[in-house]
Design a binder for this molecule. Structure first.
Ligand SMILES: Nc1ncnc2c1ncn2[C@@H]1O[C@H](COP(=O)(O)OP(=O)(O)OP(=O)(O)O)[C@@H](O)[C@H]1O
Ligand SMILES: [Mg+2]
Length: 338
């Protein structure tokens, strides 16, 4: 047997720098409970609410190989279950009586399992990310997998009609709400077979911890950035609410530039404008002026100079500038992180 790893499979490993706060621990536990009693879990929420990261974290807790599928409008049933690729040819030459030469050739199509079939057959964990981007008819095959625990291969022309789903098979789905571009409305029958957990934006404690870990900045700096991003989200100016990704972007740029998270730092103010203004306008046409004014006001409000925290933040920035912008990375370790 070859030692080569199957490229279809991912190791069930926790993500590096995964942040586990009470709310994330609680959601993980709830999901694991439903999976343990036999229901697939569906994490639904707007962009940047942590669905994919949480799905992979939950999958890692199950300690089985993970099969990952990304939903896509172009995906077909055979992309999920498999298809015939090429042929097996078998040739028998019979020359038992030397004066008689008989040869027989048999050619049969060669079936190759795709990801859903691999997971169902072998009892692995399926993470189907953004499943509602695939057309509903593509996902029909899942109805019997989740209910009757049977995978029907007949429609795709396999020699075998059914695959019995292994008892170890578990499925975690993620999706964006239907009003997102490129998302199909899922069949009620499919949703009825899952337990759906709706995710909102992170609480402030969690968003701060994620920004700190992902941008490798200090807690006080992350808290200020998150407060201003939350302020912009609550202001409802702009077409797109900024997510934790905006906090991480600002944090990383601040770190690289050696900027101080204070209102008097021109580089910091510029980063906030760059990341937060255009990012909140969907099609390039929108309330840019109003957004610029809101971002300026929020920077003044949440990142004042002259306080104890500001002095501390300024000295961190100065120290970073002294070390050069590529100063030693700080590893944020927390309970539960890989
Ligand atoms: N628990 C966590 N620990 C550390 N980082 C996290 C955590 N949750 C989310 N993140 C980070 O937050 C960002 C958004 O998370 P994620 O990609 O999982 O969101 P999503 O809901 O899947 O977004 P989308 O709908 O756009 O795919 C990513 O940069 C991710 O690394
Ligand atoms: Mg995602």
């Amino acid at each position: 047997m070859s030692d080569e790893k199957d490229p279809t499979l991912l190791e069930p490993r926790a993500l590096p720098n995964f942040v586990e706060t009470d709310s994330i621990r609680d959601m993980t536990q709830r999901a694991l409970t439903y999976l343990a009693v036999g229901f697939p879990v569906h994490l639904r929420g707007a962009a940047g609410t942590g669905k994919t990261t949480l799905a992979m974290h939950i999958a890692a807790q199950l300690e089985r190989p993970v099969v990952l599928i990304h939903g896509d409008d172009e995906l077909t049933g055979s992309d999920l279950v498999g298809a015939e690729h090429g042929y097996y040819a078998r040739r028998v030459v019979d020359n038992y009586i030397h004066s008689v030469h008989k040869s027989e050739e048999e050619v049969s199509p060669r079936w190759v399992d795709n990801r859903l079939t691999v997971a169902a057959r072998l009892g692995y964990t399926l993470v189907y990310d953004e499943f509602s981007r695939s057309r509903p008819e593509t996902n029909n095959v899942l109805l019997a997998v989740l209910q009757e625990r049977l995978l029907d291969l007949q429609a795709t022309g396999s020699g075998t009609n059914y695959v019995k789903v292994d008892p170890g098979f578990k499925a975690i789905f993620t999706s964006n709400p239907v009003d997102h571009a490129g998302v199909h409305r899922s069949q009620d029958a499919l949703l009825d077979r899952m337990v759906t957990i709706d995710l909102g934006h992170f609480d402030v404690e969690t968003e701060t911890a994620i920004t700190e870990a992902r941008a490798q900045i200090g807690h006080a700096e992350a808290a200020r950035i998150v407060a201003l991003v939350n302020g912009l989200r609550d202001s409802q100016v702009g077409d797109v609410a900024p997510t934790v990704r905006s906090s991480i972007k600002v944090g990383r740029a601040v770190r690289l530039r050696g900027a101080s998270v204070t209102a008097s730092d021109a580089a910091f103010r510029q980063i906030c404008q760059d990341v937060l203004v255009s990012g909140s306008i969907r099609d390039g046409v929108g309330p840019a002026e109003a957004l610029r004014a809101v971002v300026d006001r929020l920077v003044n409000e949440h990142c004042p100079d002259g306080t104890h925290a500001a002095a501390e933040i300024t000295s961190i920035a100065a120290e970073r500038r002294d070390q050069g912008t590529r100063g030693r990375p700080r590893v944020v370790e927390r309970e539960g992180a890989a």
